[in-house]
Design a protein around this ligand. Structure first.
Ligand code: MG
Length: 344
């Protein structure tokens, strides 16, 4: 009874809603399948209740990845008319995963205690032979998890570099490779055949997301774990793959995936094997996204896909240094207000 009344009271809390558009330049341009990306555009939202409690949230859409657009997000937030409460979320359709994420994080939803207190971060290695020197440097900096971009060289040449790379990693290190959907099914099969005898953590998005049956077939036919990234664009496609019984890893970008509490419930109910990853968000969304990762208790945790740091020209926007391990304390210490104030 008391719990029920408490919930009613919670629902009654109305917050003043403010939102601001941002545009922050990256320190270095990000290469994407759609060309160079030089600055991040999105929205920061700020909620304040009558008691002066403040919450921040971030809408960091990637329309090319299948999310809502910035204009749609502005529209949705404007329709809320300057206030938000716990029921505002119910009025926003699931396909607006970025807005739902922002509102839920600003409302402080889904902020249960952490299931883990420290997680490794995967260092990003550039395509081709440049990966070798980058791996040496990352090893020296204490990284134990690595992600190498593949699907760039001829398959045979790439396998030679892969062996050079594996030869310099210590036994406790983990290497995942990411093709970003670049291979044909035949190329992917060739790579997976070579990978069978190699210690690869997983192969990410070997073929394009449209190749649904091939992805399922490759996962069934080869022993190496496969991960889906571009195939998982939001809550709807995530649920589809979970219901399809995908046997591999799912790369989840919490900033695109709706309300954290619903996301965690969905993942737990399917005992999902997950890599939590950045959507190139600022420190505001990053803090909330990392809290999701630290709350997830479904499986032995995998290294975080947050090796994009340092990302922004202005270090305040990153909110975190580039470190091989992140602790929950470091996540809690991120100050979203600093990013909000940077917009003044
Ligand atoms: Mg990827």
């Amino acid at each position: 009874m008391r719990a029920a009344r408490h919930q009613l009271n919670q629902k009654a809390v109305t917050h003043r809603l403010e939102f601001r558009q941002y545009r922050f330049p990256f320190g270095q341009m990000v290469r994407t399948a759609h060309g160079p990306w030089v600055e991040r555009e999105g929205l920061l939202i700020r909620l304040e209740d009558d008691a002066g409690r403040i919450g921040y949230g971030e809408v960091a859409p990637i329309p090319a990845f299948g999310t809502e657009t910035l204009a749609e997000a502005v529209d949705l937030l404007a329709k809320l008319g300057g206030t938000a409460d716990a029921t505002s979320l119910d009025r926003i359709d699931e396909r607006y995963g970025c807005v739902r994420f922002a509102l839920a994080s600003a409302l402080g939803r889904g902020t249960a205690g952490p299931a883990v207190t420290q997680l490794p971060v995967a260092a990003l290695l550039p395509a081709g032979k440049a990966a070798l020197a980058a791996a040496d440097q990352a090893l020296e900096n204490g990284f134990v998890a690595f992600k190498w971009k593949v699907g760039v060289l001829e398959v045979n040449d790439e396998m030679v570099v892969l062996d050079d790379l594996l030869a310099r990693l210590p036994a406790h290190a983990k290497l995942r490779i990411d093709a970003n959907g670049a291979w044909t099914v035949r190329q992917a099969a060739k790579v997976l055949e070579s990978c069978a005898a190699r210690p690869i953590e997983f192969v990410e998005q070997p073929v394009a997301p449209e190749e649904v049956d091939s992805l399922t077939g490759l996962a069934r036919d080869f022993p190496t774990t496969l991960a889906l990234d571009e195939s998982v664009t939001g809550p709807a496609s995530l649920r589809e793959w979970l219901e399809r019984g995908w046997p591999g890893v799912l790369v989840v970008k919490p900033a695109l995936a709706g309300a954290p509490a619903s996301l965690l419930t969905l993942l737990a109910s399917h005992r999902a094997d997950v890599v939590f990853s950045s959507a190139f968000e600022t420190a505001v969304g990053r803090q909330a996204a990392l809290q999701v990762a630290f709350q997830f208790a479904g499986r032995p945790p995998r290294a975080l896909g947050f090796g994009v740091v340092p990302l922004f020209k202005d270090g305040r926007i990153d909110g975190l240094p580039a470190v091989p391990f992140l602790t929950i304390e470091a996540v809690k210490a991120i100050n979203p207000e600093a990013v909000w104030n940077a917009l003044n």
